[in-house]
Design a protein around this ligand. Structure first.
Ligand SMILES: NC(=O)C1=CN([C@@H]2O[C@H](COP(=O)(O)OP(=O)(O)OC[C@H]3O[C@@H](n4cnc5c(N)ncnc54)[C@H](OP(=O)(O)O)[C@@H]3O)[C@@H](O)[C@H]2O)C=CC1
Ligand SMILES: C[C@H]1O[C@H](OP(=O)(O)OP(=O)(O)OC[C@H]2O[C@@H](n3cnc4c(=O)[nH]c(N)nc43)[C@H](O)[C@@H]2O)[C@@H](O)[C@@H](O)C1=O
Length: 315
């Protein structure tokens, strides 16, 4: 009767609402008429602190939780801060999932990442490839935390018959992304570098690695749409892949970002930087079978993101 879609006045906690994913989910829910979103910044509520999290849940009693708060970063950040990536993510997800259960949240959605799968998983990667082989080293600490999150949702579902689900997004991008020069993901890093090179009349831009790795990108507005769809339509033990189904090489991506930004110079490849996993195209046919498909092409999404960057980020 009071399902996620039908009761627009339900109290919904969107943890991490200032981030790339959380902000897109807030926008999607607000546009869809949800009126009772519970939003706390990191400084207002530190999710690594168990006592703070428990107090928040027992005071505010959310009906639903979408967990989009995490320690997140690109290949360099993952490789450089392994202790933070495993410990912060384990703490956040353990505190939030457990307090959500004990405070009778009706449903929780946990977000993992496509890096949970084995480095050499058969492509496109189906959900059942989880734990079938060794992980990519550059992000194995983050991946281990994410796998623990999926397993925690499964364990609570099995023991308590509680509606905890997990979505596995592919590489995401869009407004409110992190544009840090070293710690961000490839797409915002290149957008910023090409923009600064264009403005500074630089002749060349450095791009990391060999350019040969393949990646699958999804605009964050599509991801937010899929998350709301899963909150309403999916209840099951297995996690669900959320991808675009389209992959590009890093070289193709760099050329596309260069074109969208309007940089006229050359690309220089820095082979001292790691390539990471060679390929991680997910099979998102389970989600398609439930009735959800993405809408935003990579080119349109890049144009939209650069427009946002010019309005909100550029110096
Ligand atoms: N971006 C991507 O390409 C992908 C992301 N994902 C997953 O999606 C989810 C969201 O990622 P994304 O939006 O990109 O990440 P962001 O870094 O953009 O956002 C994460 C948010 O979590 C908050 N946060 C971090 N630590 C804490 C804490 N201790 N207490 C409270 N809030 C905290 C951050 O606040 P603050 O900045 O103030 O610390 C930030 O607002 C994550 O689970 C991530 O693993 C999955 C696949 C790909
Ligand atoms: C979403 C996913 O994202 C991370 O994995 P990743 O896909 O390897 O991340 P990435 O976006 O940082 O790099 C993609 C590719 O791009 C190349 N590359 C070129 N030039 C730049 C560059 O300037 N910056 C970055 N970051 N990469 C660059 C880079 O060398 C690599 O070959 C996980 O750690 C983890 O966070 C996770 O789950």
């Amino acid at each position: 009767m009071d399902s996620f879609f039908s009761d627009k006045s339900s109290k919904i906690l969107i943890a991490g609402h200032k981030g790339l994913v959380g902000s897109a989910i807030v926008k999607k829910l607000s546009e869809s008429g949800y009126t009772n979103l519970l939003l706390r910044t990191h400084s207002e509520l530190d999710l690594t602190r168990q006592a703070q999290v428990e107090k928040f849940f027992s005071t505010h009693k959310p009906n639903y939780v979408i967990l989009a708060a995490a320690k997140v970063g690109g290949i360099h950040a993952n490789n450089t801060y392994p202790a933070e990536f495993i410990s912060i993510n384990l703490q956040i997800q353990t505190n939030v999932i457990h307090s959500a259960y004990t405070n009778e949240v009706k449903k929780i959605l946990f977000l993992g990442s496509s890096c949970i799968y084995p480095k050499y998983a058969p492509q496109p990667i189906k959900e059942d490839a989880l734990l079938t082989g060794p992980l990519e080293q550059t992000n194995e600490w983050y991946a281990i935390a994410k796998i623990a999150g999926i397993k925690m949702c499964q364990a609570y579902r099995l023991q308590y018959n509680w509606d905890a689900i997990s979505g596995m997004p592919t590489n995401l991008y869009g407004p409110n992304d992190n544009f840090h020069p070293e710690n961000s993901h490839v797409l915002p890093a290149l957008m910023r570098r090409f923009h600064e090179a264009k403005v500074g009349n630089a002749k060349e831009v450095v791009v990391w690695g060999s350019g040969s790795p393949l990646r699958e990108f999804l605009h964050v507005d599509d991801l937010a749409d899929a998350v709301v769809f899963l909150m309403d339509k999916y209840s099951g033990l297995e996690h669900v892949n959320i991808g675009s189904g389209k992959e590009v090489s890093i070289k193709e991506l760099a050329e596309l970002v260069k074109e969208v930004v309007g940089f006229q110079g050359e690309l220089v490849w820095d082979s001292s930087k790691p390539d990471g996993t060679p390929r991680k195209l997910m099979d998102s046919s389970k989600l398609a079978g439930l009735g959800w498909v993405p809408k935003i092409s990579l080119r349109d999404g890049l144009v939209d993101t650069y427009k946002w960057y010019l309005e909100y980020v550029k110096q």
